[in-house]
Design a protein around this ligand. Structure first.
Ligand code: HEC
Length: 127
């Protein structure tokens, strides 16, 4: 029940943040030179991303779904993935919200969380 409420809240955040998404094509030069802090990534994940990505709720990819995550990194480079997380996008099965719904997350927090998700599956797009 609480999960469902959280999910609705995120959808709300997503619809409210639509107007802020003009920087979709923004270039993120720092992304390629940043090395992630996995400990912080885990914290951010547990705070912001867990609602959807722990069990793959809302059409997202489940944390432990190595096959799907490895497909993501084989198709997209670090900047594309980061930009999708930062700006949000409509996935095949559901919406990934702007900044994963974590409005107060810094750029580094988001990169750390992405790298944490991948590291759980023995993957990485980092340096
Ligand atoms: C409201 C649910 C929800 C939340 C919260 C959420 N995600 Fe997602 N995420 C999704 C969905 C849905 C997709 C799209 C899956 C697809 O491509 O079909 C997605 C996709 C992704 C992808 C793949 C991007 C790509 O380019 O393929 C990454 C990485 C990701 N999320 C990271 C995060 C991180 C990090 C957080 C927390 C800061 C987060 N997500 C929070 C639902 C969510």
């Amino acid at each position: 029940m609480i999960k469902k409420l959280f999910f609705l809240l995120f959808i709300l955040v997503l619809s409210c943040s639509k107007n802020n998404q003009e920087d979709t094509k923004k270039n993120f030069p720092f992304v390629n030179s940043y090395s992630a802090d996995l400990k912080n990534g885990r914290k951010v994940f547990n705070k912001a991303c867990i609602t959807c990505h722990l069990y793959g709720s809302g059409g997202s990819i489940m944390l432990n779904d190595s096959l799907s995550w490895s497909r993501v990194i084989s198709k997209k480079n670090k900047i594309e993935i980061y930009s999708n997380v930062y700006n949000g996008y409509m996935g095949e099965k559901g919406p990934m919200p702007y900044k994963g719904g974590c409005i107060d997350c810094s750029d580094e927090d988001l990169l750390d969380a992405i790298e944490y998700i991948l590291s759980v599956n023995g993957l990485s797009v980092g340096n």
